[in-house]
Ligand binder design. Structure first.
Ligand code: GTP
Ligand code: MG
Length: 387
């Protein structure tokens, strides 16, 4: 019987696939492959062959070789979707029998944005719980952000849940970084989310999260936001929870109205079950209307003295996704009304010195008088002599 159970446990383990789509998606799956993931298979797929062959994955797939000729999609999602359809049979063969699929991409380009809904349709058909993990471009990438917004609305219908990280919110967790470093932070955040969940549902942990729990929270969970927090010292748990809840990486309209919450806690060997329970209770207090809440915890020997909390809020409403925020209006801090400038004294009008009357005119008028007098004298003389 014991041997039977052992065998059964092996086959009952959920089969997990992580699919990186497009440039950003593959960069993130490479991050995960470098860190190592237990119980998950990594597939990297891109239309750009030069980028693809540098990736670390269990399987790489060049999408749309005929359509894109290995050159990428140049920002056109319709082309990304078409290119993915070219490889649909290969993708189906790779993903058949999978229970949980993470589809990872940076929205705003052509390949990842166009590919995700196509692959999601396939994985939902297979019966796998499909979680989209995407980033939305920085505020400076204006037109790409608009494209990302349209894509999210499509993804919310095709995936069970879409976990979104807004790149422009990274400043709040990582400070003002140069672009490349900020992208690395985003890669690490999405990567850690996928890796932690996969590790926790496939490996024995301090507090196990199982596939059925995950399914209950993420299935038809719609748009999800993540918050992360870290704490050390005596009140490390409350510090980490406060940070995780106060800085969701996608702005949400009302945290307390989240449909479901998934909490993941990582701590050093000194992490206690009591701390894990307190973390859960603290988060539950913040989201009183939540229908479903699950948590898992694992020990990481490198984290002694510290606690890391990740809270995933599912079924949230986001002002970015609903388009209720006018992006151009970036209100940083209320600035004091500018004081009216005191009226400047007007410069006194320059009085032009009177121009000297031109002498020439005087002269000429005198001349006319003299001519007139002479003519008059001539006329008088003529009259006198002709009389
Ligand atoms: N997190 C993260 N985001 C990135 C990275 N590189 C680019 N991005 C973001 O992802 C968006 C899409 O870029 P890519 O992933 O390069 O686009 P693509 O899916 O390959 O599409 P095409 O290149 O048009 O075929 C960009 O607008 C950036 O906001 C990265 O390494 N990490
Ligand atoms: Mg690309």
């Amino acid at each position: 019987m014991v041997t039977d159970l052992k065998e059964f446990a092996k086959t009952a383990k959920p089969s997990v696939a992580v699919v990186g789509l497009g440039g950003a998606g593959c960069n993130i799956t490479t991050w995960i492959a470098e860190k190592g993931i237990t119980g998950g298979r990594i597939i990297a797929a891109n239309t750009d062959v030069n980028h693809l062959y540098l990736q670390k994955a269990d399987k790489v797939i060049l999408l749309g070789q005929k359509l894109c000729k290995g050159h990428g999609c140049g920002g056109y999602p319709e082309m990304g979707a078409q290119a993915t359809k070219e490889n649909i049979t290969e993708l189906k063969a790779e993903l058949e029998g999978t229970n949980l699929v993470f589809l990872v991409a940076g929205l705003g380009g052509g390949t990842g944005t166009g590919a995700i809904p196509v692959v999601a349709e396939l994985t939902r058909e297979i019966g796998a719980l499909t979680i989209g993990c995407v980033t939305i471009p920085f505020t400076i990438e204006m037109s790409r952000r608009e494209r990302a917004r349209e894509a999210i609305n499509l993804l919310a219908q095709s995936c069970d849940s879409v976990v979104i990280i807004d790149n422009s919110k990274l400043r709040e967790v990582a400070g003002n970084l140069p672009l490349k470093e900020a992208l690395n932070v985003a890669n690490a955040l999405v990567g850690a989310f996928v890796k932690n969940l996969t590790d926790t549902i496939t490996q024995p942990s301090l507090v196990n999260l199982d596939y059925a729990d995950l399914r209950a929270v993420m299935e038809r969970g719609g748009v999800s936001s993540i918050g992360i927090g870290e704490g050390d010292g005596a009140d490390r748990v409350s510090k980490a929870v406060a940070q995780a809840i106060s800085t969701p990486l996608l702005d949400v309209t009302d945290i307390s109205a989240s449909y479901g919450v998934l909490i993941h806690i990582v701590g050093g060997e000194d992490l206690t079950l009591e701390e894990v329970a307190v973390t859960g209770e603290m988060i539950m207090d913040k989201v009183p209307n939540t229908k479903r809440i699950i948590w898992g915890a694992k020990v990481d020997n490198n984290l002694t003295g510290k606690v890391r909390v990740m809270a995933v809020l599912t079924g949230v409403e986001s002002p970015f996704v609903s388009g209720k925020v006018k992006e151009e209006v970036v209100v940083e801090e209320p600035k004091p009304e500018p004081r009216p400038e005191p009226p400047k004294p007007r410069p006194a009008p320059r009085v032009e010195p009177p121009k000297p009357q031109p002498k020439v005119e005087e002269k000429s008028s005198n001349t006319y008088i003299w001519i007139g007098i002479i003519l008059l004298i001539i006329l008088i003389l003529l009259w006198y002599f002709t009389k």
